[in-house]
Design a protein around this ligand. Structure first.
Ligand code: MIC
Ligand code: SF4
Length: 642
């Protein structure tokens, strides 16, 4: 039986375990990336390992999230990241150089390699034929130290593409269609692998947008073959030498197949609340729009920006619309300036925003109360924009530009205009925003501002947990619910005691105080708990507040790993038993150590209600050892002591 492309690359990188679906494997990581909002923790953890230099082929530290620099905090973090990069042999991409996923594919991605990034949209690299996976900062730190990345050998969903996209139907509609089918949890434990005759009709840029948002389906990663179009991209980036042709075997067998006819796709939109609230733009035509924002790691490429520029050329945006455009990288910014696109956008009346995550993560551009905001990003979780009760619609750049002109939703396929943007044959290459590693870092001093605090470590696991259910929440809780981002909170990403005060603040602002007062606690949740971001702070900060265990119907992959990394017990409960627990109930779990060791179910006593139920732990041997030690840092230290 032949292999899929994902299987080929994974198998070539296995260093622990066997290529058996559903079993735990450790893979060698060739490249890592970090961004500033997760990077400070990752490098603090790397420093704790006591190594002289990263052991990967390439590691890059990006500054793109925390860009406001409203006081010393962000600036201090950036200075720390720059100095730690110089010390340990890491490339440093300066603030303004662009969004990590955009710059990485432009300047560093290599087909067939593995990339681990402390950002959930790292799978964007799958557009180039890489196995690129998002993870918590601690896992990335371990990979920088040369350690394997552990994951469950994934199921592979084959996505058979046929046909060709119609004019003004952006490639983003492919992933919107898949999100409609899979929802935000249908991809958990799976890889989305694209194949079929339709692949060659998609440019490298199209593939990046699709791979980027596989994350929203919960997928471990997404991958495209590396073909002639990929080669064209590398040649145009002046990196043709790293290109290799890669594809699945002819007789590859997928665990599941989804058929998508590109020719039949129409412009879709994700309605407020969740990226899988998919509807047709036709059903929204005429609805008033007050804000339009174009950018983010999904849709901020040169091709996207030029499409917008050409659609706006010679026209003015509607007086009722506040519009902003954020080119994804310095390269994109420079090229739209050189080609005249920037002038077209400025003259239309749009604001020009910097090359950064910005509005996507609530760093400015919060929409007004009750106002509809159209954004080309990948996430519209409630309140992420910075406005509670926000109405964020995720759209393609084509819908965004057409609607900005009209002041209401427009179906771009009804516009009588033909615009086709070809991928450039030569990108403008200027790597002055990237500081390469130095040969002799002995003189480098690591700069630690006063906001940078040590990473807390939990005590080893106890045999009994007797705690109150501090919070009970429902399905699809995102890490934005658990620990919001935005301008108020992000500056504390390198200071766990300070950021812990914000845990669950938009769900229940008494959470932090109640958890601290209780001294220990349990959170109960529904399905797909912890979806979204890779931020390990969503595990670290609850741990700091005393949370010992999570009892939920199912977990999102990265968050579950982060909980284990920081010593919080992730337990699985049946939906029917879940219904019988209330917030405030006192629960007792005994014999934790032996049940964990032997893989037994755990009996949980509900002392308040006088009833019992069982929960599963579903843990691999390595996970058990990490948990028993009190988390991955403590576990790694214990290995070093033995
Ligand atoms: C996001 O899109 O939510 C983020 C901000 O990029 C996060 C990382 C973070 O929280 O720092 C992600 O996707 O992992
Ligand atoms: Fe940045 Fe948004 Fe992409 Fe996250 S999803 S990396 S915040 S642009």
């Amino acid at each position: 039986m032949g292999l899929t492309l994902a299987e080929k690359i994974i198998n070539e990188h296995i260093v622990v375990g066997e290529p058996v679906k559903g079993s735990e494997i450790g893979i060698k990581i060739d490249q890592t990336l970090t961004q500033d909002a997760t990077g400070t923790m990752a490098y603090l953890q790397f420093e704790a390992m006591g190594l002289d230099r990263v052991k990967t082929e390439l590691s890059v530290s990006y500054v793109d999230h925390n860009m406001l620099q409203t006081d010393f905090r962000n600036a201090d973090d950036h200075a720390y990241l720059k100095s730690v990069a110089a010390k340990y042999g890491v490339y440093f991409s300066k603030p303004g150089n662009g969004i990590c996923h955009q710059v990485h594919r432009e300047r560093f991605g290599v087909p067939g390699k593995t990339l681990l990034g402390s950002d959930s949209h790292t799978p964007t690299g799958g557009g180039l034929g890489m196995i690129s996976i998002g993870a918590g900062g601690l896992d990335v730190a371990v990979a920088m130290g040369g350690g394997p990345f552990f994951l469950t050998y994934p199921q592979i969903i084959g996505i058979n593409l046929t046909g060709e996209l119609q004019p003004f139907v952006n490639a983003k509609n492919v992933i919107f269609k898949i999100l409609e089918i899979l929802t935000v949890k249908g991809g958990v434990g799976k890889v989305l692998e694209y194949f079929g005759p339709g692949v060659k009709a998609l440019s490298a840029g199209d593939r990046f947008a699709i791979a980027n948002m596989g994350t929203e389906a919960g997928a471990t990663t997404s991958i495209f073959p590396s073909d002639e179009n990929t080669k064209r991209f590398f040649d145009a980036q002046g990196r043709g030498d790293v290109w290799v042709e890669l594809s699945a075997d002819e007789d590859a067998e997928y665990d599941e197949i989804i058929e998508i006819d590109l020719s039949a796709l129409e412009p879709l939109v994700a309605e407020p609340g969740s990226p899988d609230n998919i509807t047709h733009v036709k059903s929204l035509v005429g609805k008033k729009v007050v804000q339009v924002l174009i950018g983010t790691c999904t849709n901020s490429s040169y091709e996207d920006m030029m499409m917008v520029a050409k659609m706006l050329e010679g026209k003015k945006i509607h007086p009722g619309v506040d519009m902003g455009v954020a080119p994804g990288s310095k390269q994109v910014f420079q090229m739209i300036a050189e080609s005249g696109g920037l002038g077209m956008i400025i003259s239309s009346g749009s604001r020009i925003l910097e090359s950064a995550c910005g509005f996507c993560i609530g760093m400015g551009q919060a929409p007004p109360t009750g106002g509809i905001s159209l954004r080309t990003g990948n996430r519209n979780f409630p309140g992420r924009s910075g406005t509670q009760g926000d109405e964020i619609y995720l759209v393609s750049p084509e819908i965004a530009a057409a609607s900005a002109l009209a002041g209401e939703f427009v179906d771009p396929t009804t516009i009588e205009q033909v615009i086709k943007i070809e991928a450039p044959t030569q990108y403008t290459i200027d790597d002055s925003g990237i500081i390469p590693p130095i040969d002799d870092p002995s003189g480098v001093e690591i700069l630690r501002g006063p906001n940078i605090k040590e990473v807390p470590v939990k005590d080893s696991l106890t045999d009994t947990i007797k705690s109150e259910v501090i919070l009970k929440v429902g399905d699809n809780i995102t890490t934005d619910h658990i620990l919001p981002a935005g301008a108020k909170v992000l500056p504390f990403r390198s200071n766990i005691p300070a950021i812990a005060e914000f845990v669950y603040m938009n769900v229940d602002d008494t959470f932090a105080a109640r958890a601290k007062a209780a001294g220990s606690g349990i959170i109960v949740g529904g399905t797909n708990y912890g979806q979204g971001s890779s931020r390990e702070h969503a595990a670290l900060a609850p741990m700091f507040l005393g949370i010992d265990a999570l009892i939920v119907n199912s977990f999102a992959r990265i968050h579950r790993a982060n909980l284990i990394n920081f010593g919080i017990l992730p337990l699985l409960i049946d939906a029917a038993d879940n219904d019988k627990i209330d917030q405030g109930d006192e629960l007792e779990i005994n014999d934790i150590l032996s049940n964990l060791e032997f893989g037994n179910d755990f009996t949980v006593k509900n002392l308040t209600k006088g009833m019992e139920f069982t929960v599963k732990s579903d843990m691999t041997d390595l996970e058990k050892s990490i948990l028993k030690a009190g988390g991955k840092l403590a576990y790694t230290r214990s290995l070093n002591q033995n």
